[in-house]
Design a protein around this ligand. Structure first.
Ligand code: UGA
Length: 442
């Protein structure tokens, strides 16, 4: 089997590398010449655990190559994956499909023999049909079928999510395309991975419905956490108590500063717009989007409150700025709301993140960036933990106290135990757990 992967962003690169690990010959195509040159030198444009090794091994084995030459890559392929970006269109929340359609136009000119054209990018319902029309219009005699194969990769755990997925979703009307896709995913039959075959439209909706449901679950537990703070309950015990019910499930019930990243914020908004236009609004999702936006802003107030309501002339240390650990991705990270709000309230901000500071430097002004977690704490009036990187989970608390002006910690990821923190002499604030609870269910 031979595939072409159009787009070497996060999804294209991970998917291409993983298919090559399955033994498929993969050609990753990108218009960006300098990106391809860097990839050829073994330099990856993103941070994803294990990806550098996977890429190096498969490049070494001759199964994975990078090129700017779309024509040759597509002509030789049994399947062409479109994995280009679909950013939010400015202003209205719709996904911008111009890169997807441009890729379809280019593919149309170069198809040779039967080819499955697969949309891997997250695309609104109807996009697959449009891709089909574009190719048919440009190349009326081409032998091809369009198929939707959404990705369910979490940043930071993407390789495992690809190799051991809960399911694979394949949407197409064609038996022939189904056969090609089944063959591509054959290694997963070993693990008896369920493959959901469905129509193009249904497959496209499954992707949005999955992300939206997960975003809703997180938002639900975030609101329950706020309630816990008011009534003296412990949100971790609530999450455990409801999560053990198999109908609910324990995952994605961890409270925090609001979901971020390149997917949930964009996809929830896009589905809201699609549903409104279809005359079937998703009011739950509309509310989720609102609550999550407000939540990120309200986290700055939480930090200010923990500093006795006033951060003017205070120094706040921020640990973690990426939207979650094990990624350098800053897109829609809560830090992008929290840090400017603290600065607007008069605080001086020092910050550290193991991987995110490259981009963060461009996005957050007037921050003193530090090389290490402990260095960030020097002279700080309070420390706010924004991302649950492993290296922040077991800080030497005595050392932390000795470095700070006052031992105030705001833990927006609930990684410390409230009892131990109070016993260690911290003025400790977390999410949805009253001071003095054990956090035993964590
Ligand atoms: C998400 C989905 O989990 C993937 O299945 C999907 O393929 C991907 O979007 C995508 O559409 O490409 P990702 O954005 O990488 O993956 O990150 P998640 O691990 O899902 O986390 C998203 C956000 O939710 C983060 O800000 C995280 O901190 C937050 N979160 C997650 C919580 O606040 N609580 C939780 O319990 C879980």
């Amino acid at each position: 089997m031979r595939i072409a992967m159009i787009g070497t962003g996060y999804v294209g690169l991970v998917t291409g590398a993983c298919f090559s690990e399955f033994g498929v010959d993969v050609v990753c195509v990108d218009k960006d010449k300098s990106k391809i040159e860097r990839l050829d030198r073994g330099e990856l444009p993103i941070y994803e655990p294990g990806l550098d090794e996977l890429v190096a091994n498969n490049v070494g084995a001759g199964r994975l190559i990078f090129t700017t030459d779309l024509n040759t890559a597509v002509a030789d392929a049994d399947a062409v994956f479109i994995a280009v970006g679909t950013p939010s269109r400015r202003g209205d929340g719709h996904a911008d499909l111009s890169y997807v359609y441009a890729a379809a136009e280019e593919i149309a000119n170069t198809l040779v023999g039967y080819t499955v054209v697969v949309t891997k990018s997250t695309v609104p319902v109807g996009t697959g049909r449009e891709v089909e029309k574009i190719i048919r219009r440009k190349s009326p005699h081409a032998e091809f079928h369009v198929c939707s194969n959404p990705e369910f990769l979490r940043e930071g755990a993407a390789i495992n999510d690809f190799m051991r997925p809960d399911r694979v979703v394949i949407g197409t009307d064609s038996d022939r395309a189904r056969q090609v896709m089944r063959e591509l995913y054959r290694p997963l039959h070993l693990f008896e991975t369920p493959i959901v075959f469905t129509s193009l439209e249904t497959s496209e909706l499954i992707k949005y419905a999955a992300n939206t449901f997960l975003a809703t679950k997180i938002t639900f537990i975030n609101e329950v956490a706020d309630l816990c703070e008011q009534i003296g309950a412990d949100v971790h015990d609530v999450a455990k108590g409801i999560g053990l019910d198999g109908r609910i499930g324990a995952k994605f019930l961890h409270p925090g500063p609001g979901y971020g990243g390149s997917c949930f914020p964009k996809d929830t908004l896009a589905l809201v717009r699609t549903a409104q236009e279809a005359g079937s609004p998703l009011r739950i999702v509309e509310t989720v989007v609102d609550i999550n936006d407000q939540r990120k802003r309200s986290m700055a107030d939480k930090i200010i409150k923990a500093c006795n309501g006033d951060v003017s002339d205070k120094t706040i240390a921020i640990l973690g700025v990426t939207f979650k650990p094990n990624t350098d991705d800053m897109r829609d990270a809560p830090s992008l709301e929290i840090v400017p709000a603290l600065q607007a309230a008069g605080a001086t901000v020092r910050a550290y993140d193991p991987e995110g500071m490259g981009d963060a430097r461009q996005l957050l002004a007037e921050v003193t960036w530090c090389d290490k977690a402990y260095e960030t704490l020097e002279g700080a009036d309070a420390v706010a933990l924004l991302t649950e990187w492993n290296e922040f989970r077991s800080l030497d608390l005595e050392r932390v106290k000795s470095l700070m002006k006052s031992p105030v910690m705001i833990d927006l990821r609930n990684i410390y135990n409230p009892v131990e923190m109070v016993e260690s002499g911290f003025d400790y604030t977390c999410i949805g757990r009253p001071k003095g609870t054990s956090g035993a269910a964590v």
